[in-house]
Design a protein. Structure first.
Length: 73
């Protein structure tokens, strides 16, 4: 079931692992979890007072818009 998650970070975290630079996702949008794939760039321009969800194409929707995975009865 889809869920709305409040994010606090809009950028990845940098770590050094075995002498190699690794960027880990903190926005929750990466399709390559736990690694960053640049999806956090979609969050630019978000209003921190609003709640959003992103579809599989990366399109931003406000939480007031219907989510295709949630049916109303």
């Amino acid at each position: 079931m889809p869920r709305l998650v409040q994010r606090h970070w809009q950028e990845p975290a940098r770590y050094m692992m075995e002498g190699k630079e690794v960027w880990l996702c903190r926005c929750g949008l990466s399709k390559n979890q736990p690694f960053c794939d640049g999806s956090h760039k979609l969050t630019r321009g978000e209003d921190p007072a609003r709640v959003y969800w992103y579809d599989d194409a990366g399109t931003r929707h406000e939480a007031s818009e219907p989510h295709p995975g949630i049916r109303s009865y």
